[in-house]
Write a protein that binds this ligand. Sequence first.
Ligand code: PLP
Length: 376
Amino acid sequence: MAESKRDPFRTINPPIHRASTVLYETYESFLEADQAPYHGKLYGTFGSPVQLELEKTLAALEGGYACRVCHSGFDAIGVVLMAFTRSGDHIVVCDNIYGPTRSFCDRVLAKYHVAVDYIPPTIGADIERFIKPNTKLIYLESPGSNTFEIQDVPGVVEVARAKGIVTVIDNTWATPLFFKPFEHGVDVSIHSGSKYIAGHSDALLGTITTNEAHFATLEDFYESTERFAAPESCYSALKGLRTLSVRMARHQASALEIAKWLEENAAVETVIYPALDTHPEHHLWRRDLTGASGVFGFILKKDPTREELSAFLDPMNIFALGLSWGGFQSLIKAENITDRVLPFRYHHRTIIRLSIGLEDVEKMKVDLGEAIERLA
Ligand SMILES: Cc1ncc(COP(=O)(O)O)c(C=O)c1O
């Protein structure tokens, strides 16, 4: 009987291969291993099948040419900054970036003589005044994940394109669903896949997607530094992508409701959420994004002391105190941002940042309302 080509153990989700060594049937096949989609000998560091499937899916979802994944969002940021610069270059970076991105620029790029200037996070076509003859890369994060300023991306891209400068965006807040960087002319898009993409606060992953013109440069650095992502993380991300749109709809609806409810609270001075028409760049959010994620901040009229913050945060039972965001569990943190080099809107203020999860929205309001009352 002819052997069936059909796998008798077909599953909906792909298998996970945990491997350093990959075996070959014959010496001839070992010698001929340099076959697409893999390059060179097969080995765990060159990416397992679940990684390749995730990369294909992400590139399609974001509308880019190809994607490569890394072991964390931070690693993806470092890879891009190293891949697209060389000694003697100058880059401009929005001042609202994720803190460790700034450390990478100041502590790693500086060592390799790449000069960095920080620019206003509400930049648009006015970026022209920061460009030097050796400017090679523009790094955006829009909206920023702590202070939520939005850049006029098409305005920046127009200047960059005219001068042949690479544009990079950290698109984590918007997710691949709510902002399509390649439709807006951006060259490279980064995500911390640890956030909404994986969605369950149990995986670390970074993603880099580029347009066709910039893929070879990325691939050269990625391959030569043997980047890859853990198969379990790729699996979690692929699984997360299946529910991303339903999760994001719920995150957005709950966040908007809580943001509007907080605006009504007499103790609250400002709610910083791009989807609110009180947000200074709401017009850009409306023009360029198709939705809002569930991460936003608010400022109390009277900034709480350290003791007051303990009284506010410690008894909370829906919101958990912890870093990161984008999972089903609601998270809260309070921070006085101190790493900025340019003046910014909330200088010296305590920003309470919420990552609105998937819990019951009424219970979230009770938890937050009680926390605010404890300060009164
Ligand atoms: C906007 C943004 N980009 C990148 C990262 C880094 O991601 P990871 O935690 O996967 O290294 C974070 C993490 O908080 C982030 O908020």
